[in-house]
Design a protein around this ligand. Sequence first.
Ligand code: SF4
Length: 393
Amino acid sequence: MLDAVYDEPSMSTTKRYNLHAVKTIVQHSVAPCSAACPAGIDIPKVQHHVCQGEFLSAFETLTLENPFPSTCGRICFHSCETACHRTVQDDAIAIHCMERFVGDLALNREFLPSIKKLPLNGKRVAILGTGPSGLSAAYFLTIFGFSCDVYDSAPSPAHSSQWCIPESRLPKTILNMEINRIREMGVKIKCGHSLSPDFANALVSQYHAVVVGSGISQSMTFSQCLGNGNTTLHGALQTRKHPRRIELGNVTVELGKIPVLYGGGWYNGIQSISHAVASGKTAAISLYAYFDTGSSAIRESVEISRVGNGTAQSMDIYLLGERSRASSCVVAESDIDCTGFPSAVRVDPLYVESGFVDDGKKMMEQTFDTPSALAEAARCYGCGYTTHGKKQC
Ligand code: SF4
């Protein structure tokens, strides 16, 4: 670990802070990596916890914003690394691999997200689609106290993710373990349910809201299956020419009996799994605001929970956690003085036994071992954090 080099609390920028030997750090503004992450993860906090060997806390920081750290740590396109300020000195922090390391370690040690759930509110939500968007919506809605049933026409959850992504990039074992963790929170996943007018009518009569997290395939399925309108849900869906291209948070279609929110951000090459996770989070925050205060609160809730100047939302900010007390300014490169950080090349992941077993064989994967993870996390500047949390800009 690097030596601790930190300045007097009166210091007004992140300059010369190496916070890794300091137990408690406070956020004053937003790190560029966090602003660039579609899921809005508090990346410097994750690095800090890893550096301290606090792996459970690192996992909790990740899963406060994203229920799929192991999956995203493999297939997200990690725009966070492109934004990383460490490149002023040498190489971007290996944020992507760090997420994989923490996520895998949590699965191996059977960590569970310890996010405090709000009491059950008596509201039932049907979610269409068991991909990362739908399951993320279920995860975050469960935290808000909703009861969630997630439906899919496919025979198993996250079918596209399971079968369209090579096993070498995303082992099914990993994805299924992360899905099971969501089940263990009380989410019911019901596969083999095709969309039909009868099914749509049943949804309207049995649930208080519907979230559509339908993904990319068969984009005309909704309007074709629902036929010539006989349901409220049909009316809602027909209002959109391209229902799957509607970003959650931009619209809440409220027709007749129940609100219907559209999700599933993973619809073209520009979007990624973390966009899909983000759309599920937006659905949850929007629905919670809707039932708590009314439809007029949705847009404001989306805005107040944004991470810096990015599009991502943060549950921590929305739930008035530590991040809500920091400035929304993003740390500029000119705020960084790397005096306290010797040059250190990026630590490459190793090809190691990951701790998982598939088909009776121990899985080998490219990831960090613990010493590599500690060394790589120590390279992070902790942008936006100080020992005193004085707000910037
Ligand atoms: S140095 Fe750390 S906090 Fe700063 S941008 Fe890179 S990963 Fe984020």
